[in-house]
Design a protein around this ligand. Structure first.
Ligand code: SF4
Length: 676
């Protein structure tokens, strides 16, 4: 036990943590003060049992907490898969708090971040009676930027002015500048980037508003807190890469806990890559135009900025023919794309050359000159061909977005940069999620991040899946890639949804399938239909949970982080196995790299990735000990392909029903038993 931990444990005892019950939890086997304190805190008669309503001591939770404590003591890396219902949040919070060390906790979603900071952490601190300084730190886009709001007000159109004035009132009254306190600016609102900052456009310490800056204040609070809750993006961008413009905000963390860690490899791919979007270029063109206008006497630069705006629009148009994601080379093969990109680069260089001699005249000119240099270097990189003889270490690709698109360079293997970045932060690293392994084998996850020699622990869910749920595998469905598959699947399962009276999640593998399912169900007035994209995600889930006859149709973002316990959700349908699209350029490059190194792409990468994704979706069904439900896995490949059995084995232990009639009986039985 580290020296820092002892005072905390001592104070914990002196503040009246109860003595352990006569039958102390059996599974806590580690000797030593921290482990002992965990047993005291998480046991049947412990501080949490006494201090938190509804807390139930669980042996799996205590095992996880003990393992976390050991990793903290030894400053080691630990991977913990904790099945649904284990209580993993308390299992890491208790040892983290009791250690007395400086801890950063990172979550994948805003939901979990808020829940952790506003609910779970205060509960644990109150139950343990410990006064620990905590801070919640969100990404820049969550805080109003005083400087950019003032700029936006100065150039407001009559349409925008009322909203910007309301935001100024909020700015003057708010302590935190957190836009969630303001409300009224939905994600994707074009106003948002005009009143928030990015690492690119923030003026940092050169900003006239720096002393009152909301982002800087939030970061200052974080640096003095003992427990800081962040999200994965911030953890990477700021802590690992120090790219957020305010230096390292989380210095000296002794412990990093990464919850929802299954999201990390995908996020690392983005963070360790390069990206240039038409939106970024547009924002730059607008900011540069404003800065040049303010300077007053630079007509040539005003012309160059106008040409830049025009050039970005032309690039935007090139994305109209892009099918979604495709290799950069294919995008550039289309007639005219190269000419547009090269002309845009020339214009950026002209703007940069014009700004260079005048950039010392104002902070605004200096900032846009720096941004121009960076954007021009990134665009030049995308225009320069990779050496065809060199080993492929990264893949260049493009993605069409709602408006315009982005150019991206993604490393094929992120394990090396990830290890380099994290090794600069020694200490305990705890990675946890409900889905990190395939049947206790963590290789798929750990290899992607280079976490080879670490402690690993897989804890099963305490739920009794054999009693609580059944799986139905429909037969006689068309090929899952054929037209009309979604409609055929819904027609087939509709009697089961009818028997259940709704209370159904339809989890789709594509947005196209979401639309097809929504169209197919739209006229059925017996059910309240909730469709992804028709409202904010959290509100859709909340409204579904309050409705007894709801059917919610969603794609990727509904497969995880959605918690609807109780009767409201009693049927989950998954349309297909979540295999990544084989023509995705990054995925293709990774499969090629596996082939070249002598591996087998399907069993080594594609299948484990699909299993982990599927387990996330399946995990929506049973969220509590009293939950019951039916899981329908629509993909006929589960029966027809050899790997189907392997996939089913990796799921919680739910009996597979024989046929449709058995599924109908189960649904009718549940409908009777789960009466409102
Ligand atoms: S320092 Fe950056 S975030 Fe803060 S007000 Fe200035 S530009 Fe905005």
């Amino acid at each position: 036990v580290n020296a820092c931990a002892l005072p905390r444990i001592g104070s914990l005892r002196s503040e009246g943590l109860r003595t352990p019950a006569a039958s102390a939890p059996e599974k806590v086997t580690t000797d030593g003060p921290l482990a002992e304190s965990i047993a005291l805190a998480l046991g049947d008669d412990g501080a949490l049992a006494h201090g938190i309503d509804g807390f139930v001591a669980r042996s799996a939770q205590q095992r996880m907490a003990t393992a976390v404590a050991e990793a903290i003591d030894a400053r080691e890396t630990l991977l913990v898969e904790a099945g649904t219902g284990t209580g993993k949040t308390f299992a890491y919070l208790v040892p983290a708090v009791l250690s007395g060390l400086r801890v950063v906790i990172s979550t994948g979603t805003k939901n979990l971040q808020d829940q952790l900071y506003h609910r779970d952490l205060p509960q644990v601190l109150a139950a343990l009676g410990l006064p620990v300084r905590t801070a919640l730190l969100k990404g820049r886009a969550n805080y109003l930027c005083r400087s950019r709001l003032k700029q936006a007000l100065a150039y407001a159109s009559p349409d925008d002015a009322p909203r910007l004035i309301a935001l100024r009132h909020f700015m003057e009254a708010s302590d935190s500048g957190e836009l969630s306190d303001y409300g009224g600016i939905p994600d994707g609102d074009p106003l948002l980037p005009r009143v928030t900052s990015t690492a690119d456009n923030c003026l940092g310490t050169r900003c006239a508003d720096y002393d009152q800056c909301f982002v800087a204040a939030a970061r200052r609070r974080a640096t003095t807190a003992e427990i800081v809750v962040v999200n994965h993006h911030l953890l990477f961008a700021d802590f690992v890469l120090k790219q957020e413009g305010f230096g390292e905000i989380l210095p000296g963390a002794d412990v990093v806990v990464v919850d929802e860690a299954h999201q990390l490899p995908e996020l690392a791919s983005r963070v360790f890559g390069d990206r240039l979007s038409t939106r970024q270029l547009h924002e730059f063109a607008r900011d540069a135009t404003q800065a040049v206008h303010e300077a007053g006497d630079l007509p040539e630069l005003i012309d160059a900025c106008a040409r830049l705006t025009q050039g970005v629009r032309l690039l935007e148009q090139q994305f109209l023919d892009c099918p979604g994601r495709e290799p950069l080379a294919r995008f550039r093969d289309r007639g005219g794309v190269d000419a547009v990109m090269e002309s845009l680069l020339d214009t950026l260089d002209a703007v940069g050359a014009g700004l260079s001699p005048v950039q010392q005249r104002s902070e605004a000119l200096a900032a846009v000159w720096e941004r121009c240099t960076h954007l021009s270097a990134t665009l030049r990189m995308f225009l320069s061909p990779m050496d065809p003889e060199a080993p492929v270490t990264a893949v260049d690709w493009v993605e069409r977005l709602e408006r315009g698109g982005s150019l991206q360079r993604t490393p094929v293997d992120v394990s090396v940069p990830y290890q380099q970045a994290t090794s600069a932060h020694p200490g305990a690293w705890i990675y946890t999620s409900a889905t990190l392994s395939i049947g206790g084998d963590f290789r798929h996850f750990s290899a992607q991040l280079g976490l080879e020699s670490t402690r690993m622990l897989a804890l099963e869910s305490p739920f009794d899946y054999t009693r609580q749920a059944r799986i139905y595998l429909p037969t006689a469905l068309p090929d899952p890639n054929s037209r009309g598959y979604t409609e055929a699947l819904i027609d087939h399962v509709m009697p089961l949804i009818d028997a259940s009276g709704g209370g159904a999640f339809l989890l789709m593998t594509s947005h196209r399938a979401v639309q097809a399912a929504a169209r197919h169900l739209r006229g059925d007035r017996r059910y309240t239909l909730f469709v992804q994209g028709e409202d904010d995600r959290a509100r859709l889930v909340r409204r579904f949970a309050e409705t007894d006859n709801g059917i919610l149709v969603g794609a990727a973002s509904f497969w995880e982080g959605v918690d609807v316990p109780g009767r409201a959700l009693r049927l989950v349908l998954i349309d297909k196995l979540p295999f990544a699209a084989p023509d995705d350029p990054v995925f293709e490059a990774r499969l090629n790299a596996i082939r070249i190194s002598g591996g087998r792409p399907f069993p080594d990468y594609q299948l484990p990735q699909a299993i982990i994704g599927l387990r996330q979706g399946v995990g929506r069904l049973i969220r509590g000990e009293e939950d019951r439900g039916l899981l329908i896995l629509g993909d006929p490949r589960l029966r027809s392909r050899g790997y189907g059995a392997q996939i089913l084995r990796a799921l919680p232990d739910m009996p597979v029903l024989e046929d449709f009639d058995a599924a109908l009986s189960w649904s009718l039985k549940l409908a009777q038993e789960l009466t409102v």
